[in-house]
Design a protein around this ligand. Sequence first.
Ligand SMILES: Nc1ncnc2c1ncn2[C@@H]1O[C@H](COP(=O)(O)OP(=O)(O)OP(=O)(O)O)[C@@H](O)[C@H]1O
Ligand SMILES: [Mg+2]
Length: 256
Amino acid sequence: MLELEKVTRLFGGLTALNNVNLIVPANKIVGLIGPNGAGKTTLINNISGLDHPTSGQIRLNGAEIQNAPPHRITRAGIARTYQNIRLFSDMTVLENLLIGQHGRGQATFLDSLVFTPRFRAEERDLHERAAQLLERFNLTHAANLRAGNLPYGDQRRLEMARALATNPKLVLLDEPTAGMNPIETQQLGEQIIRLQEDGLTALVIEHDMSLIHQVCDEVYVLNFGQILAHGTPDEIKRDPVVIEAYLGKDEDHGAA
Ligand SMILES: Nc1ncnc2c1ncn2[C@@H]1O[C@H](COP(=O)(O)OP(=O)(O)OP(=O)(O)O)[C@@H](O)[C@H]1O
Ligand SMILES: [Mg+2]
């Protein structure tokens, strides 16, 4: 579904991504792990059109998208969440979801001025879809609260709900459980598995190895902008190169 070939991103003298080859097959959940500063967010920024590779290709179902702007990437069926939550904090939870769907409809501005049947039908659909997402992410009670006033875990779930509001085929999740407690993390894992059950595909940046085990079919390890390893969660956990470069510190604590 998504294919990165020799993707390199230079920031001045810094090589944030170095010849990255990565494939996200349709309907798989692929994990992306690696130490701080490894280039994980840069990778997602490049797929989502927020940033562009210095060289290399990114293909979505065979079509090159590495130069496309973000709104075209969204239209092509890719949605993302942000490591640092980006909600409209002064708007309500419901409004955040309705805005998330912006651009999906076919009704024109003129339709909206004269309230054509097409406009009204679309409005009804958007509200129905938003209500389903509220229900699914346990946010129905908070629909009319300001997003900025929600507890942190709720904001994280709203961030994911908003990504889904665009009706994507591929979801890029940048540390979706950051700051969550173990129970919230487990529940969010179930939401990610549900994406797969619904036929979606996901690329998930995550530090929590138990979540990676819970949800991922395969994992890529990024280190200093390079792919260090690729395999199933079990293979990655046992890979001596990965343990040395990344997982090592935790293993040492465990063995002590
Ligand atoms: N816009 C930018 N301009 C210059 N350098 C950047 C820019 N964005 C990222 N970098 C640098 O690229 C490297 C990779 O950063 P990135 O945010 O992708 O890492 P990460 O793997 O997401 O780390 P973390 O786990 O801390 O989120 C870092 O050295 C960072 O400082
Ligand atoms: Mg990051």
